[in-house]
Design a protein around this ligand. Sequence first.
Ligand code: GCU
Length: 340
Amino acid sequence: MRRRNFLALTGAGLATAGLAACGGSESGGGEGGGGGATTMRLAFNQTENHPQFIAFTAMGERLSERTDGALTIEVYPNETLGAQQEAIQLLQDGSLELAMVGGAQMENFSEDYIVFNLPFVFDSQEHQRTVTNDPAIIGELYASLEDQNISVLAGLHGGVRNVYNSKAPVVTPDDMAGLKIRVQESDTHIEMLNLMGGSATPMAQGEVYTAMQSGVLDGAENNELVFNDLKHVEVGPFYSYTRHLMVPDYLIANPAVLADMSDEHRSIFEEELATAVEEEGALWGEKVAEAIEAATAGGGKFNDDVDAEAFRAILGPFSEESVPDSETAQALYQATRDAV
Ligand code: GCU
């Protein structure tokens, strides 16, 4: 593979300010095994309408019920606890218990995660959910960041990503020429978007609307929920079904959070997490349909007349040559494709 070295993690100060605002909580990681009530705060960068917000809020309620109030989860939406990179730093420091983060972030900690950030690795939402939650395929990947104070607890569906912009529909890679398109903070996605014909700008999700509004960006690439719920449709209404990526999100925890739970609480947590993963997946279809309807009413123009072959001719080879050389990454890629 090509070498990448990306993206200093930045901005923890900002998020610390956000956390101070929710301080005073009697909670925090590490009290779960004893009698004290533990509210696990989950940093989330999207709205209350998102399947992940709904599923993990419900999980918190079930946990509380099953542990007589000893454990619960409170999801903080809309980057209230910081953008994803900031949330990861807080979690590593032990100042935050849980966070939902895009797969793109994880490759900045271990290149093995690149495998799941590549185009066409997953054939369907079902394939993605099965693979990213199958211990036989995942092996040690999710535990491999514990020395960096990150435990990965589950893989979630993060939607199918498509390109949108303020100028015109995209049909072929030529239509991307000159378009400044936001990508996540990932070397893989910068390279991918540039190969697709556009000009990639990495940025945290919460900054995208303003950047599009002011013309710093012409567009972005994301699923229909982000397009509608974060109001990107207002500033970049041309949404074209390039379907170039299906990147998982991960629920991550500071390792102490689970380690400090009693065996009983831990097994309740794991059961309820499996239910939350299923629920999140099941909500996507209806949420996407609602987003398309609302975005269309708000002036969004959905274009499904995209030259998929032309994009595949670029992205297929890119994907294959971007799988890292490590034994773990190669085995992960093979097992993922075998599981189709
Ligand atoms: C998706 C994904 C998020 C990610 C976002 C982004 O919405 O679910 O985890 O942060 O894309 O593009 O930043």
